[in-house]
Design a protein around this ligand. Structure first.
Ligand code: DAH
Length: 360
């Protein structure tokens, strides 16, 4: 039976050397396929004598099974190797951060605007907007600041150019957010409860003044809204905004053409150790102007002062940001210096809410 020994050696070494599934299949067909060498030998059994067949039969069967077993084992080994290969090639270090850190941050002015909006929204105020290029009627006249009024000079107004021969009063870059009071009342009447954050412009520039800055206006008109409501609203706002338990506000009689009576509001603070602390100490810092809306302003906006009354206030958003976040120079707000932004900026996805925390 030398021929069988040769066949066995040939196929077992062929199988062990095979490097892929296709090679194995070729060997299987060559040995065990219909016309394979082993199969042909099986066919020869019929021509043998019974004695010969008794020896050759089991030997051929054993060979067939041995080759079949070797094929199976090799196939499994190849599959394992392929899987190993894939595991190595498709390896992923899941401990690495998935994404680079975001580069941008939220500007303190945007952050404070969101904080202020969240607090007043919680008190039922909606947000109103008006144009930055404003008619002088909305910016001044309707707010009880007639042309000869000294407040017009105090506002250091930027005027828009008019076409030659056009003698109408020029539009202005709004000097405050108060004209949004007029626009809101004209659009929606009373009762009304709005805040209006936005950009305003004045010709002024030093450490605490910039020619463009931000204010937020507040307006609440109803049947019996009083100074007491104003006081509570502002105290509530300051407590929430500065994130302190106790705030002390001082209402100082003042004068604004669009309110009567008018009050400027100071907040108690301390400068101990050169560090500003809100809510304690013996110093006072002015933070806003306010008052009861002047009947003439209501009339100008089409709201009947015999039926309606209410309060208004206006404060500087940049100034609020400087106070809360200890930012010393206003001019840096508008330098677009990325180092400054990274230092004072806020994470993009931390939207301030009253219940979730304003500044974290
Ligand atoms: N408009 C004023 C300013 O720019 C601020 C202000 C004061 C607004 C009193 C008000 C107010 O609504 O009642 O200086």
């Amino acid at each position: 039976m030398d021929a069988l020994t040769d066949l066995k050696a040939k196929y077992l070494s062929g199988i062990s050397a095979a490097s892929d599934e296709a090679g194995l299949e070729e060997l299987r067909l060559a040995a065990l396929g219909k016309k394979g060498e082993v199969s042909l030998k099986m066919r020869e059994l019929g021509k043998m004598t019974p004695e010969e067949r008794q020896v050759a039969g089991p030997a051929l069967n054993a060979l067939k099974e041995e080759i079949d077993g070797a094929l199976r084992a090799k196939r499994a080994a190849l599959a394992d190797a392929a899987l190993d290969e894939r595991l190595k090639a498709e390896w992923l270090d899941v401990t690495l951060p998935g994404r680079p850190r975001p580069q941008g941050t939220i500007h303190p002015v945007s952050q404070v605007t969101e904080e202020v909006t969240a607090i007043f929204a919680d008190m039922g105020f909606s947000v109103a907007e008006g144009p930055q290029i404003e008619s002088d009627w909305h910016n001044f006249d309707a707010l009880n600041i007639p042309p000869e009024h000294p407040a017009r000079q105090e506002h250091d107004t930027f005027f828009m150019a008019r076409a030659e021969g056009d003698n109408r009063p020029p539009h202005v870059l709004r000097t405050h957010t108060s004209p949004v009071q007029i626009r809101s009342m004209m659009a929606n009447g009373a009762p009304i409860r709005v805040i209006a954050p936005g950009r305003v412009y004045r010709m002024d520039m030093d450490q605490t003044h910039a020619p463009m800055f931000h204010q937020v206006e507040g307006l609440a008109i109803g049947r019996d809204i009083s100074m007491a409501n104003l006081k509570w609203t502002l105290e509530e706002f300051c407590r929430a905004f500065f994130e302190v338990e106790q705030v002390d506000l001082r209402f100082r009689a003042s004068h604004f053409p669009f309110t009567e009576p008018s009050a400027e509001v100071d907040i108690r603070c301390s400068w101990a150790g050169g560090q500003l602390k809100i809510g304690e100490g013996d110093d006072w810092m002015e933070i806003l102007g306010s008052g009861m809306v002047h009947p003439k302003v209501l009339s100008a906006a089409g709201v009947d002062p015999e039926m309606w009354q209410g309060f208004a206030f206006g404060m500087g958003i940049d100034r609020l940001a400087m106070l809360k976040y200890g930012i010393p120079d206003l001019r840096a707000f508008f330098d677009s210096d990325l180092r400054w932004l990274r230092h004072y900026g806020f994470a993009a996805l931390d939207m301030p809410t009253v219940h979730g925390g304003l500044s974290r």
